[in-house]
Structure formats: structure tokens, C-alpha cells
Design a protein around this ligand. Structure first.
Ligand code: PLP
Length: 364
């Protein structure tokens, strides 16, 4: 049997007709930049998350950049975040000349260990940036309470969690700014790069919206230093179509996750979703020993796997200048050695899940 990890072709083929039509309309109109689909998508994203403002942009990475630019994060400022995440989270902090200050993760959810945040707050701290890893939000009430105590904004890196809920409220609408990604392999993916920012703060929304288009307020009038960070109309058109079916996709992902857990919970560490959360399962990640061997044996059986992520950020070459060493964040280090993601997409069948879990059980 040959298993597809994310099954992007199927995601297209399922809605080929409506997506083709939407794309061809954009091409016919040739309004490739800021066409009406962009505004329509932003309205739909606002509705979906119940935020007052949704601003589409060119990628999840650029969403993080625009969020920090909007908040006025400057060189030398400190931003508290997780070392167990995709590089973009901390890279964007460093790109602005600010300093990523890492806090270790919780061993159960792999999100920021909230208890350790306060100890890292200094007078240079300018924001807290929790990551909603694998599709599950961190304990935002606790993070927000702490942020309020020190008068700090909170940026949710929700690149993997669009559509997830925390205490019935949608991810991206849980903090000062939420940033998501529509990279093709994310739960809601477009046909290239894309992202969005969410906030309920009107002043911040206006500023980030302006910064997305070179800080302009009127054509060729520039109030801020910004960037070229717009979402293509074509991507907006694709997302508008895909958003219509997104809840169903999420439901199917949740069913796949449930089945995986039923089959595997007795033999490996399976993911835990807190009772107040729902996950959109950007990844279904388990923990194993001898990961490389298991991966290559599964590959022989037609089962692709991936590792999110093999090296925590504090040990990355590009961050050597921050001065961290091995042992600084023991949970992140341990988890990065054991974590392994199984195929996850809405189209995995029961037979495929049984095949994957049976092969895996035999190896363990
Ligand atoms: C994917 C991802 C990003 C970056 O999003 P892009 O759209 O690829 O730029 C940032 N943070 C996390 C946690 C991600 O998974």
C-alpha cells in the first residue's frame, strides 16, 4: 500500500470544478493584486474567527513580521517564544534585530510551559509569542493574564492552528494578534504562499494593513516603513473555495487522529488534546525511540513520515550568537529526538489507518 502524507492532489480534485472556476475568473479579470476576492476572503476570515479585523498577507512568516512591525518591536527588544517550533517563529524576531528569548515546552502538549514564562520577563521584554503547535493552542488564559500583569502584547503563532478552538473561542482570536499561514501543507492551505493576521485592535489593524503595502496610506504616500506583503488574488480565490469545506476537513482530521490514538495509545506516546481545546491536527506526532530506523522501515512499506522538528531552535547554527547550549531546554531537546509525525490528511481511510498502525506496531 502507498500512503500519501498530506494528499494535496486529492484536496484539489475533490473541489476541482469550483476551484478551477474561481481561479479562471481571477485570471479573466486580471486583477491579480488586491482583487475583490482578497476583501471577500478577509470578510470570510473575520466571520470564521469572529475577530474584528482579518488582514491577508503573503505568508505566515510575513504575518509574524507584520505583527511585530505593527507593535513596534525594535532592535534589542526581547520576545519570549518556544524553541520547539518551525524556524520562522524565532527567525522573524531576529530578522527585526530583536532577541528571541526561549522558554521550554510542556512535555504533554509541546506548547510553551506557561509556568516558566514569568521568570524570563525583563524590562526589555516587548511581547510573548506562544506557538499553537500541531494544531492545538497553548493555555492562552494564563499567558494573557501574565501579559496583562506586565502590560505586554501577545502574538499567537497560529500557523498550524487556524480553526482550532480554545474554550470554544477560535485560534487567531485569543490574543493581541493572531498570525496564521496558508502554506499548502497547513490544515487550510492555498496553492502557494499565503497567510493572515487577526486582531480586535482597530489602530493596530490599520497600521499592519498599511505596512503590508509599503506603509502607504494613500497611493505613493508612505507613513511607515513597510513591505510588499500582500496575498495574491489567485490565492484568495482558492482559499475562499476551500474555506467553504474547511470545517468538514477538520472533522475528518479529528476522526483520523481519534482512530490513530485508539490503535496506538497502548504502545507509544500519542498526542494529548486538553479538554478545553480542539485541535485541527496540522500534524499527528507520536514519540518513538530509534526513530530513524522506524522511519526507513515504514518507508519501505509505503508509509511516509516526517519530523517536526529534529533540532530545537536554540541549538540551530543561525542562533549560536544567542549563547544557548545543549541542556538549556531539556524537554525540547528530548522531544526533538523522539518526535515523529504520521501521515495526516482528511482523506486517510480506515483501511489505511489500520495498515499504518499495524506496520508500526510490528516495528515497536
Ligand atoms: C509554517 C509555519 C510558519 C511559517 O509560515 P509560512 O507560511 O510557511 O511562512 C510559522 N510558524 C509555524 C509554527 C509554522 O508551522
Amino acid at each position: 500500500m502507498k500512503i500519501n502524507f498530506a494528499n494535496l492532489p486529492k484536496a484539489y480534485l475533490e473541489h476541482k470544478e469550483s476551484i478551477d472556476k474561481a481561479m479562471s475568473e481571477v485570471v479573466s479579470s486580471s486583477r491579480f493584486i488586491m482583487g475583490e476576492e482578497v476583501t471577500k476572503l478577509e470578510d470570510a476570515l473575520q466571520n470564521y474567527t469572529k475577530t474584528n479585523f482579518a488582514i491577508s498577507c503573503s505568508s505566515g512568516t510575513d504575518a509574524l513580521l507584520l505583527a511585530m512591525m505593527g507593535l513596534g518591536i525594535k532592535p534589542g527588544d526581547e520576545v519570549i517564544t518556544s524553541p520547539f517550533t518551525f524556524i520562522a517563529t524565532a527567525e522573524t524576531i531576529a530578522f527585526l534585530g530583536a532577541i528571541p528569548v526561549f522558554v521550554d515546552i510542556d512535555e504533554v502538549t509541546y506548547n510553551l510551559d506557561v509556568k516558566q514564562i514569568e521568570g524570563k520577563i525583563t524590562n526589555k521584554t516587548k511581547a510573548i509569542m506562544p506557538v499553537s503547535l500541531y494544531g492545538q493552542v497553548a493555555d492562552m488564559d494564563e499567558i494573557n493574564n501574565l501579559a496583562q500583569k506586565y502590560n505586554l502584547p501577545v502574538i499567537e503563532d497560529a500557523a498550524q492552528s487556524f480553526g482550532a478552538t480554545y474554550k470554544e473561542k477560535k485560534s487567531c482570536n485569543l490574543s493581541t494578534i493572531g498570525c496564521t499561514s496558508f502554506f499548502p501543507a497547513k490544515p487550510l492551505g492555498c496553492f502557494g504562499d499565503g497567510g493572515a493576521l487577526f486582531t480586535n485592535d482597530e489602530v493596530l489593524a490599520e497600521k499592519m494593513k498599511s505596512m503590508r503595502v509599503h506603509g502607504q496610506t494613500k497611493r505613493y504616500m508612505h507613513k511607515y516603513i513597510g513591505m510588499g506583503g500582500r496575498l495574491d488574488t489567485l490565492q484568495a480565490a482558492v482559499l475562499l473555495e476551500k474555506l467553504k469545506h474547511y470545517d468538514k476537513d477538520v472533522e475528518r482530521r479529528q476522526k483520523v487522529a481519534l482512530k490513530y490514538t485508539e490503535h496506538l495509545k497502548e504502545i507509544v506516546v500519542t498526542p494529548v488534546v486538553k479538554h478545553y481545546n480542539t485541535s485541527v491536527w496540522a500534524q499527528y506526532s507520536i514519540r518513538v525511540n530509534d526513530r530513524e530506523e522506524i522511519q526507513s522501515k515504514l518507508k519501505e512499506k509505503g508509509i511516509p513520515t516526517a519530523v517536526h522538528y529534529p533540532k530545537p531552535l536554540h541549538l540551530q547554527e543561525c542562533f549560536q550568537y544567542l549563547g544557548y547550549t545543549e541542556g538549556d531546554f531539556p524537554i525540547s531537546e528530548k522531544v526533538s529526538k523522539e518526535i515523529m509525525s504520521l501521515p495526516m490528511n482528511p482523506y486517510l481511510t480506515d483501511i489505511e489507518i489500520e495498515y499504518i498502525t499495524k506496520e508500526l506496531k510490528e516495528l515497536l
